[in-house]
Design a protein. Structure first.
Length: 183
């Protein structure tokens, strides 16, 4: 295939099928019992963002990884925190007040990363999403808050989403049970 327009159309068609919302039958949640958070834990999830909490989220990110679509890395934000903190806090206060993201803040660029040394087909690429720093900061703050309480609502028999546990742990346990049963 040759020509910028032809290649662009082929890439768009190929990857758009990966991101389409397909209708699937989902299991019903009726009648299931779920654990819930205490009032204090719930309030901790919806409290206003503090400067210390924001700084912890920013400094928790690697300074030189994950170049954003704007070309800015977290090292830049850390180096110029004194000048940028008021703008970052203004964005977060606006989000907290309205419960909505500023238009375009979660817009992303899709970058195609080769999976093999000499990619020849579109299946040889893995699409990744490059999101802006403000969006990443907000997500990191919310994730940090969730980490404090998620263990309270995840079932004891579930290992996914628990710090220090991996979803593959369940598969390994199942394999061990099957192997033991065969013996």
């Amino acid at each position: 295939m040759e020509g910028e327009e032809n290649v662009r159309a082929a890439v768009f068609d190929h990857f758009s099928t990966h991101f389409q919302n397909r209708r699937v039958n989902r299991p019903s949640m009726e009648g299931m019992q779920f654990q819930s958070l205490s009032c204090r834990q719930g309030v901790g999830l919806i409290k206003p963002f503090s400067l210390d909490e924001v700084m912890a989220a920013v400094w928790d990110c690697d300074s030189f990884k994950c170049l954003g679509p704007d070309g800015i890395i977290f090292g830049f934000i850390k180096d110029f925190w004194g000048m940028l903190k008021d703008d970052v806090m203004r964005f977060l206060v606006e989000f907290y007040r309205n419960g909505k993201l500023t238009k375009g803040i979660n817009s992303t660029f899709i970058a195609l990363i080769p999976k093999v040394d000499n990619p020849q087909q579109l299946n040889d690429f893995c699409p990744i999403s490059l999101v802006g720093r403000l969006y990443k900061i907000l997500v990191k703050i919310l994730a940090n808050r969730l980490c404090l309480v998620i263990g309270k609502v995840i079932s004891d028999s579930q290992l996914a989403f628990i710090k220090g546990c991996q979803i593959l742990g369940e598969i390994l346990v199942a394999n061990e049970v099957v192997d033991e049963a065969r013996k």
